[in-house]
Write a protein that binds this ligand. Sequence first.
Ligand code: SAH
Length: 217
Amino acid sequence: MDAYEEPDFAARRAEMVEHQLRERGIRDARVLAAMGEVPRERFVPERRRELAYADAALPIGAEQTISQPWIVAAILQALGLRGDEEVLEIGTGSGYSTCLLGRLAKHVVSVERHSSLARAAAEALRAEAAANVELMIGDGSRGVPDRSPFDAIAVHAAAPAPPPALIEQLAEGGRMVVPVVSGKEEMLTLLRRRGAELESTAIAPCRFVPLIGAEGF
Ligand code: SAH
């Protein structure tokens, strides 16, 4: 008789960290450690668990996706978190990146516009005992002004330009990562606030779902 064998997720996770992240330039030791620990399979819909560690984005419902592991790592690495930051995340989606941010920073406020996704994310995050993350439902393109400033802001949906409301909510020295669309190109972009100046660095070409909202599409 053939017994169903649970895939060895821990081994797949270790392989993902090695081949998809480390070998492709992710160097931040805290990011590599966190991604080696958080069970990505818990954040993927049951029937796609088998693919949890694939080198790709996966559908999570409501026409949205959980981002490819490398893209999640690139965002986290660019934020340069040390553990004492207040973080704002736009686009909770599955809650996977939220869980990682919770491990890498002091506190996370995460906003998702689809309540069905936010509910599933809340459940997965509870199972992971992520106590320092707070989920909100709504249009995150305006940010959360009454909780600002934030030391780091992660935007997981593509915007026509870095949303001005989010820039305003960035603390001095703070960092924001946002995919910015220009024509047919889309670039994962790091912004750093230095006084009145905003320093911008291109990280990598990317492909995200659109940021839908007042300061999105
Ligand atoms: N970080 C997620 C990836 C989510 S994909 C993960 O690890 O699974 C991007 C998410 O952004 C989608 O769930 C989409 O619904 C959400 N989104 C798009 N526009 C938004 C907005 N204005 N405010 C909040 N969430 C938004």
